[in-house]
Design a protein around this ligand. Structure first.
Ligand SMILES: [Zn+2]
Length: 263
């Protein structure tokens, strides 16, 4: 766990920070070992637009949601995926603004926008936003492609590695999603947690290398421990370089790798 994840006094809390010409970020005050400094609520606005598109309201935090609502007229709210640190603030934001909310599943739809469709181009707040299904972290994970940047949510983080959710995550889907994102080339990464990164293509290549190393380690562990070794036994064997606090998450991740290898 980083020091920032334990502190509630991160200098970015409560301040809208411009990252690209069209994207700014408002950091929610919900630090943790999965959320890093907190959830990034992204605020998009085209050059001559007086409207906004919000990506992920963030947690159910009165101050955070009030700040988002006060930024200006919201044309649309888009949801990256179902996790509560990205979605719990939806109803408070809708109460304050009446905004329409769109997501991949039906659970978070508010207003008449409808479900997000892979490949769809959304025209809002003076921007063209391409919807890209990037399942793997969760089944419903979406990325949003702008001209010069990609909002990757938890598929590519600003720091550390993505956890494959133990309910509906899937490593094969995740690796395919990374390859598709990498195919977009050199663009700014606007992640769901952690700092923005300059080069999506380079980050994806690092992620794929890291995943392959972990898969190789799991294969080597299976060769030593036997093919029926449990995820926990493998974690204790392989993740000796990782803080024990993260072993539960590592166990999900190893289970995802075992599912992938045993397909
Ligand atoms: Zn998530």
């Amino acid at each position: 766990m980083s020091e920032a994840a334990e502190s509630s006094t991160h200098p970015a809390y409560g301040r809208l920070r411009a990252v690209t010409e069209t994207a700014s970020v408002l950091l929610a005050d919900n630090p943790g070992w999965l959320t890093l400094e907190g959830t990034n609520t992204w605020v998009l606005r085209g050059p001559r637009s007086d409207e906004l598109v919000i990506i992920d309201p963030g947690p159910d935090d009165d101050e955070h949601i009030a700040r988002v609502a006060a930024l200006g007229r919201i044309a649309l709210v888009l949801i990256s995926h179902r996790h509560s640190d990205h979605t719990d603030g939806i109803d408070k934001l809708v109460d304050l603004t009446g905004a329409t909310v769109r997501s991949a599943g039906s659970g978070f739809l508010r207003g008449l926008g409808g479900e997000l469709i892979d490949g769809e181009v959304i025209d809002a707040a003076g921007l063209k936003i391409k919807v890209m299904a990037t399942p793997g972290h969760t089944a419903d994970s979406m990325s949003f492609v702008l001209e010069d940047a990609v909002l990757t949510a938890d598929t590519v983080l600003g720091r550390g590695t993505t956890v494959i959710d133990n309910e509906d995550g899937n490593l094969a889907d995740y690796l395919e999603s990374l390859r598709r994102l990498g195919g977009l080339g050199r663009r700014t990464v606007l992640p769901g947690h952690g700092p923005d990164l300059a080069d999506l293509e380079a980050v994806v290549s690092e992620y794929l290398t890291h995943r392959q190393q972990r898969l190789d380690q799991v294969c080597a562990a299976l060769a030593e421990l036997g093919d029926d070794a449990t995820a926990r036994q493998i974690v204790e064997h392989v993740y000796t370089d990782v803080d024990e606090k993260l072993w539960d998450a590592a166990e999900w991740s190893v289970q995802a790798q075992l599912d992938y290898l045993r397909r």
